[in-house]
Design a protein. Sequence first.
Length: 339
Amino acid sequence: MVTDGIRKEAERGARLTEGLHLYAQVTIGLCLFLTEWAGTPGWISILLTLPWLLLCLVLRKRVKARPGKTAWLIAAVAAWLDGALAYYALCVLCRGLLPDRNPWLVAGMLAAFAIAAGGRCGVFPILARPVAPLIIVPLLYCAGAALPHARVGHLFPLLGRGGASIGWAAVWMCGCVSTAALPASPWKTGDGHSSPGTIVAFLIAGAATALLYALLLPYLALTRADGLAEKWMLPTHLSGPIAIWPLLIMALLLLLFFSLSFSLARTADALARAQGRFSPSRLTVCVPALLMLPLGAVMTAGVRQALIVSSPIRAMLTLALLMGLNLKKSPVKGAEHHA
C-alpha cells in the first residue's frame, strides 16, 4: 500500500538522520577528548559503546507509554547538550576559517542559521536522503586520499595507557552515542524504530575514523593537545591532493550544521510537548539557540571543560528517560496514533 511505502520511507529517513547525528557527535568527541585521553586505542573505546547503544535502542523500542512533562524536559536537556557540542564545534571550525571576524558575530550568525533551520523534527528524515551523500562521499574521498600515509606501526602501543584508560574513554563516549536512541520526534514511541542497523553502521564508521587517525599519527602526536579544528583537518596536512581541503571543510560544516539543527529541533519539540502543545513556537526554538551563544563566542578552557563534563550527563539523562518510560504501568490508549 502507498501508506505503508510512505511510512517505511519515513522510517528509513529517521534512521539515517539519527545515524548522521550520531556520527557527528562521535567525531566531535573523538577530536575534543578521545584522542587526547585514550590515544591510539580510541577506536576500541568507540566500539565498546556498542552494548550501551543497543541497550538504549532496545529500551526505546519497548516504550509504549506516552511521556509526561518531566520526560519531555529530560529529552529537551539531553537534546540541547547535543546541540551545544555541535554548536561549539561548528564555531571552532568557522572561527578557524574566519580568524579576523568578531567571535560574537560568527557565533551569532551560526545561531541565526540554526534558528532558521531548527523548525520541526519531521523535516529532517526528508532532508537526510539528499544531504547524506554530500557528507559521506567527500569524507570517503578524503579518507582514501589519506590512506597512503597510514602506517600500521602507529597503532603501537595497541592499548595506549592501558585498559583502564580505554574503559573510561568508552564510558565518556557513551554520552556521545546515547541520545541517538532518543526518538526523532520526542513524542513518538518506539514504533517505527525497529531496525538499529543504520545507526550501528554509523557508530562503526566513527570507530573507523578513529582508527584512521591512529594509523596516520604516532601515539605521542595523536595525544598532543592540539585544537579541535586542527585535529579535524588532520587528513589535509598529510595528503597531497589540494581538492581535499575544501571537500573536507564542506562535509564537516554540513555534518555539524545538520547535527546542530536536528538537536535544536528536538529540543524545541520536547519543550513544546512539556507545555502541552504539539507544535513548537518560534520562542522555543530561539531561546535554546541563544543559550548556546556564549559557548561559541567565549572559547575559554572552562567552556571546553564544561562541554567535556556534559557528555556523561547526556548518557545518564537518556537512560533515566528510557527507563522511566519503560517502567510506566499504564500506557495511554491510542498513544501510537501520535507517533
